[in-house]
Design a protein around this ligand. Structure first.
Ligand code: URA
Length: 244
């Protein structure tokens, strides 16, 4: 988990709106109706300052637990783009259910429009940077179906730090060939544009289907159907940093 900085004091209406995923107007309404207490005292001011980690805020009788950031696992279907907005195609953010939405969400890393699988969506920029930086060694594992059977010699090619179309040189990657040699797993710790497709082409092959199956030590939840998402639990965030 990225190290949490001490939280800053925040206006009560903003705190409620962020944490309960309601509009600022609805948050003000709760305060106006005297339904919110801070440390046991009924709040009267919308702009009252609260310490998100230190103060105990209760709304409509329920404690409002503070979460600075959210982390969401989405099983992306083909045909959806990894962007916050797009004029033509549906975006991954549009697949996130209302109750998980909040301001500032974005996909941490991009899959191609036709790639399926694990997309991590968060509002935590520092965390996204950590899991995407090749220096942090957070591996991304993919399942790929290939047009032609993979060759044993491809393993060495992938591990060697191969040169791909356009002159880019990849960091060493792991290729695992399954019992069906047209089906492989590829593990990368970087994410260049169309990287696996370009690696397959450099090995005289072609990707016909691609799915990201894990990020670091956290696999895509097999219970998530295509297009479904769920929040990532705190302990699962730690798994991301564990080796695949
Ligand atoms: N490599 C690709 O070619 N496409 C992806 O979406 C991810 C990795």
């Amino acid at each position: 988990m990225p190290k949490e900085q001490k939280s800053e004091a925040m206006r009560l209406d903003r705190f409620l709106s962020n944490q309960l995923n309601i509009s600022r107007a609805d948050a003000k309404e709760l305060i106006k109706k005297r339904l919110v207490t801070v440390n046991g005292v009924t709040a009267k001011l919308f702009d009252m300052k609260v310490d998100p980690e230190g103060d105990e805020v209760v709304s409509e009788g329920k404690a409002v637990t503070y979460r600075k950031h959210v982390y969401i696992m989405l099983n992306k279907p083909s045909g959806v783009v990894c962007a916050t907005r797009d004029r033509l195609s549906e975006t991954v953010l549009e697949l996130i259910p209302e109750e998980l939405r909040r301001d500032g969400l974005f996909p941490a890393g991009r899959l191609d429009k036709d790639t399926e699988g694990f997309v991590l969506i968060t509002d935590d920029g520092a965390f996204a940077h950590e899991i995407l930086s090749p220096k942090k060694h957070v591996e991304k594992r993919y399942f790929a179906q290939l047009e032609k059977p993979a060759k044993e010699s491809d393993k060495e090619l992938f591990a060697s730090g191969m040169k791909i179309d356009g002159g880019d040189v990849c960091l060493p990657a792991k290729l695992e060939i399954t019992e069906n040699p047209n089906e492989v797993y590829i593990t990368l710790r970087e994410g260049m544009y169309h990287q696996i497709k370009r690696m397959a082409e450099a090995a005289d092959n072609k990707v016909v289907f691609l799915k990201r199956v894990s990020i670091g030590g956290l696999p895509l939840d097999p219970d998530l159907a295509l297009g479904e998402s769920r929040e990532i639990l705190h302990k699962e965030i730690e798994k991301i940093y564990a080796k695949t």
